[in-house]
Each structure stands twice: as C-alpha cells, then as structure tokens.
Design a protein around this ligand. Structure first.
Ligand code: NIG
Ligand code: FE
Length: 418
C-alpha cells in the first residue's frame, strides 16, 4: 500500500454501503489520496505499509459520506412571505398559483435580479445547507421561464461551485416549471419555445446536467412532458420529474418510460407508477418539507416503494414557496416522522440514493475505496443522532474531494469528544 495524503483514524464509520444498517464500522479508518478514498475499513485491518503524509485522530466521532441534497431550487429573487401568511389563513397553494402568485410571482422577482444578486442570495442559502454536512447539491432553474433569465440562474448555480464553502453542484434545467404570464392560456406555445429555443441553447452552452418539469394540473400535462423529455434525451440529457405531488396524473410512469433518474414528490403515486419506477431503476425523491409546509395530508406510498425495492432519496426542495426549508438534517427528521422512514432509510436517502438520483452513484454517496473523498465528520457517535436531534447542528467538518473546510477542521477536533 503506497503513500496517502491523509489518514483519518478513530472514527465510527457509517459507510452507507451494503445492506447492514448504516454500513457501520466501529473504530474505522479512512485513507485519502488525490481527493479520493484510497482505503476504508476497520482500524485493526489498516495495511501496515501505509505511509500517510498526515494523520488525524477523530476521537470516536461519526464519519459519514458528505450529504447530498438532490432536489433544490435555491437560485431565486425576491420572497413569497406574503403567500406563507395567506396559506396560514386557509388559501390553498394551487389557488394562489391560479391567482397569479406562486411560481409566477418568483419569476417576476427573479427576472429583475442580476447575476451577482442571485449568486449572493443563493450563496447564503448554500452555506446553510453546507452547515448540515451537505457536500453536493442539485440546483434547478425554473424562475426565469425565458432564455436569458434561465441562463443567468444556471450560470449562478454553476458559479456556486467555485465559491467557499466547497460544494459540488449539479444543475437542472426546469424551463417547464410553470407557464409564464406572457404565455397565459397558451401552454403549448410556451412549451414549443422551451423545446425549440431554450433547451437547445442551454444544452449547447453546457449549463445543465439534466432536464426537469412540473407535471401537474397547474403546470404541464403528461403528454406535454413526453414531448419535452423526448427532445431532452435526443440532446443526450438525463431527465427527472416533479410528479404526482398534488394529484395522480401518471407522470411517474412517464418518467420511468423515459428512463428518468428520479421522480420527485410522489404523494399521489399509485402501484402502477411504483412498478414502473422499480423496473426502470428510477429513484423516488421524497420531499417532506413541501408536504409539511403545504400541510398536505396524503403521504407518498412508502410501504409500496419498499415492497418493490424502489430506492428512496430525501431532499429539501429548498424553494421560496412550497418549501423554504434550509436544513437537510431537519428534512431527514420530517421524513421519519411524517413519512415513516427509518433513520437508516432517511440517511441513505441523503447519501447513496440521493447520489443515484443525480446519476452520481459511482462517484459519491458511500464510503468506499475509489469514490470521491466527500465526507462529513460529526460531533456525535451514533448515526440516529443526526436524524433525531431536531435543530442540532453537530457537524465538526466537511471534506470535499479530500479537502476539509479550512477554519473548522483542527480547532473543532481539539475540543471535547462526543
Ligand atoms: O418542488 N412543485 C413545483 N415546484 C416547486 C415549488 C416551487 C415554488 O412553489 O416556487 C416544488 O414544490
Ligand atoms: Fe421542487
């Protein structure tokens, strides 16, 4: 065994690999070289000839894969706080959208914001996620709904990756999020613009890793999404879909037919949809923050998803309207309490299964030799503490490609042991 840049010893590892709960290895060690995991295992099995340039003793702290937030809309302008107040008086989310509020109201504010402003506000939201141990985040456009603003949002999202704290960013083009005001009553015409003008431009500029749509009565039909996905796949882009959030339209089945990476929300999903997703290997992304904020009553069919072996991811859906939720750890707690996931399922949902929902299952999401050294080190010993202790932020430090968050690393480790 050769030299390595860094050896972490004395950590409890939740590798999230294999079928044992959390893939636990007590008293484990991790060797990192060139930004990747070189070796992962029990400290007792550490190769004797390993020559680390630096060794850090973790004092019995928990080490997990860096968390992956696989569904956010974190670039937007303005706010929708008036709608939060309105919903509390009993006005439903769909009614607000029909009155010209909702997504369209964020579109107006986002069109008015320049790229620096979008980058600044998105950066602040990203720091909140990173403080929860997030090392990879997916960011959707969808508050521009015309080429220039969609581009601006996607560019801002890509630029987030260059800033501190280090986070990997995957971008998703969500031009089919809503029908913009200038196309009111002409959703087919707007969709034609998305397919013929916006999508090819965004694809040729390399601004998007995937294409998403909102398949719902207040947005786009299954037939319209079918057209969009056919065009996206012709351009070589992956697809994913907001499906069955407020009603059952068959979007999940359509997504599966297109080999989608994920179908997301899924409160109204039926067994035919579950079967189709299982066959296609489409991940179910559960978004309990939106369910909670909209005070929905129908939870996604978790028992059926389990029974058919559909991998379940969990994400914040961070957005200005249905889910202004800035914490993935809080979201994991909601997934257990509101949807009945076990803490092990919830953590898989924010690691290995979330990675798969982004097409990054071979690269991140578990602690296994060969994968990127994206890690979260916590001031707790037991994985369930990450899910149970609502509002706690026990992160000691994060590593992205083997690099620790600068200020936190050594200082925190000198402190009290968990
Ligand atoms: O994931 N469902 C559609 N899109 C977002 C809502 C965005 C918004 O309300 O601004 C969602 O919940
Ligand atoms: Fe969403």
């Amino acid at each position: 065994m050769p030299r390595c840049d860094l050896l972490l010893t004395g950590a409890h590892l939740a590798t999230m690999a294999g079928s044992e709960p959390y893939g636990l290895i007590d008293d484990g060690a991790v060797a990192i070289d060139g930004g990747r995991l070189l070796w992962v295992g029990a400290a007792a099995d550490l190769p004797a000839d390993l020559e680390p340039r630096r060794t850090v003793e973790c004092g019995g702290r928990l080490l997990t894969p860096g968390l992956v937030d696989c569904h956010t809309h974190l670039v937007w302008g303005g706010d929708r706080l008036d709608e939060f107040e309105l919903r509390l008086t009993g006005v439903p989310y769909e009614e607000i959208a029909r009155r010209g509020g909702g997504i369209v109201s964020s579109v107006k504010a986002t069109r008015a914001a320049d790229e620096e402003e979008l980058l600044r506000t998105a950066g602040r939201r990203l720091r909140a996620l990173a403080a929860d141990g997030v090392t990879t985040v997916e960011v959707k456009s969808g508050y521009g709904l015309e080429l220039e603003t969609e581009r601006r949002c996607l560019r801002a999202a890509r630029r987030l990756a260059e800033r501190s704290p280090g986070v990997r960013v995957r971008t998703t083009f969500l031009g089919a999020h809503a029908v913009p005001p200038e196309f009111k009553g002409r959703s087919d015409d707007y969709l034609a613009t998305v397919i013929d003008e916006m999508l090819p431009a965004v694809a040729s500029e390399g601004l998007a890793d995937a294409v998403d749509a909102f398949c719902e009565g207040i947005a786009f039909s299954v037939e319209q999404v079918d057209r969009l996905f056919t065009a996206a796949r012709d351009l070589g882009l992956s697809v994913k879909l907001h499906a069955e959030q407020l009603s059952l339209l068959g979007g999940a089945e359509l997504a599966a037919r297109h080999g989608a990476l994920s179908a997301d929300h899924l409160e109204y999903l039926d067994e035919a949809g579950v079967r189709a997703m299982a066959e296609a290997g489409t991940v179910a992304v559960l978004l309990p923050g939106a369910f909670y904020m909209l005070r929905e009553e129908q939870a996604p069919p978790v028992a059926l998803l389990r029974q058919h072996g559909v991998p379940m991811a969990v994400a914040t859906d961070l957005n200005p309207g249905s889910s202004p939720v800035h914490s993935l750890l809080v979201t994991l707690n909601l997934a257990c309490l509101l949807f009945g996931l076990t803490p092990d399922e919830a953590l898989r949902g924010a690691t290995c299964h979330a990675a798969r929902a982004l097409g990054l299952g071979d690269e991140i999401g578990t602690l296994e030799a060969g994968k990127a050294a994206d890690l979260a080190l916590w001031d707790v010993r037991t994985p369930a503490a990450l899910v149970a202790n609502l509002g706690d932020r026990p992160l000691a430090t994060r590593f992205v490609a083997g690099r620790a968050d600068d200020s936190a690393f050594d200082g925190r480790l000198d402190g009290a042991r968990p």
